[in-house]
Design a protein around this ligand. Structure first.
Ligand code: DC
Length: 238
């Protein structure tokens, strides 16, 4: 083949977004993906489905052997309806069922087990094999998509994240004190950053976006600007 015919094939645009709880990863990721016309995979939803499964079987989600054995028998997958992710557990749509505080706790416990992580990381990589997508989680830039051309560590001060969470609670008619919520945010950060398997940390090549003093739209725009810069540097397709 002559050199005229050898051209660099554009690779799919993959965006990794990691960060602590309450930094707005989910809603920001949804909007960035929508604006770019690519899929958004919320990987936390898959850990939540695993937590729900273990909980339904009446097992202790902290029991590593029992959780790993159970989850290995479960089929955890996603599908998209009008661009929105639906999370499936053995074919059942559990999208709405995985947002309870009980499932949050079970998800947090099962996500510590290396066997559960290996299974879900493999499924996440497979989804991104041929499709441009934005993935958000805790270990996307460091483990799942180590070669992603765009890596973002989306964070905000613990105080800013607690303040936002407090407002969400108020909208839901729940009353909490700022101190209570701040304590929970700090505890969750500690758990996510100090677990043995794939702890939350910033990838060396990730760009930090600190949304403490940014509005939702400003945060989306900051991330879109980083994506556009990456797309100018390298051939990436959406
Ligand atoms: O983002 P979330 O709260 O929906 O995540 C649910 C749980 O799963 C949370 O305890 C963190 C964990 N998780 C993880 O360990 N790795 C990911 N890539 C995503 C979430």
């Amino acid at each position: 083949m002559s050199s005229e015919h050898t051209s660099i094939q554009p690779r799919p645009l993959l965006i990794a977004i990691d960060g602590p709880v309450g930094a707005g990863k989910s809603s920001i990721s949804d909007e960035v993906a929508r604006r770019l016309g690519i899929l958004h995979l919320d990987t936390g939803a898959m850990y939540r489905a695993a937590g729900l499964y273990v909980q339904r079987l009446g097992l202790d989600p902290h029991d590593q052997a029992a959780s790993e054995a159970a989850v290995s028998q479960a089929e955890i997958s996603v599908r998209y309806a009008d661009g929105a992710q639906q999370t499936l557990l053995n074919g059942e749509d559990v999208t709405g069922l995985i947002r309870t505080p009980e499932v949050s706790d079970a998800a947090s416990a099962v996500s510590k087990h290396p066997g559960v992580r290996a299974q879900l990381v493999a499924a996440q990589r497979k989804l991104a094999e041929s499709t441009p997508m934005l993935m958000d989680g805790r270990d996307i830039g460091t483990v799942v998509l180590k070669d992603a051309p765009v890596k973002i560590y989306l964070t905000a001060s613990a105080e800013a994240r607690a303040q936002r969470r407090l407002l969400q609670y108020r909208e839901q008619g729940e009353e909490h004190t700022f101190e209570e919520v701040l304590k929970a945010v700090n505890a969750r950060d500690y758990q996510d950053m100090h677990r043995e398997a794939d702890p939350l940390r910033q990838a060396e090549d990730a760009v930090v976006v600190d949304s403490s003093d940014l509005s939702f739209d400003e945060t989306v725009d900051a991330i879109l600007a980083l994506v556009r810069t990456a797309m100018q540097k390298e051939a990436l397709h959406v």
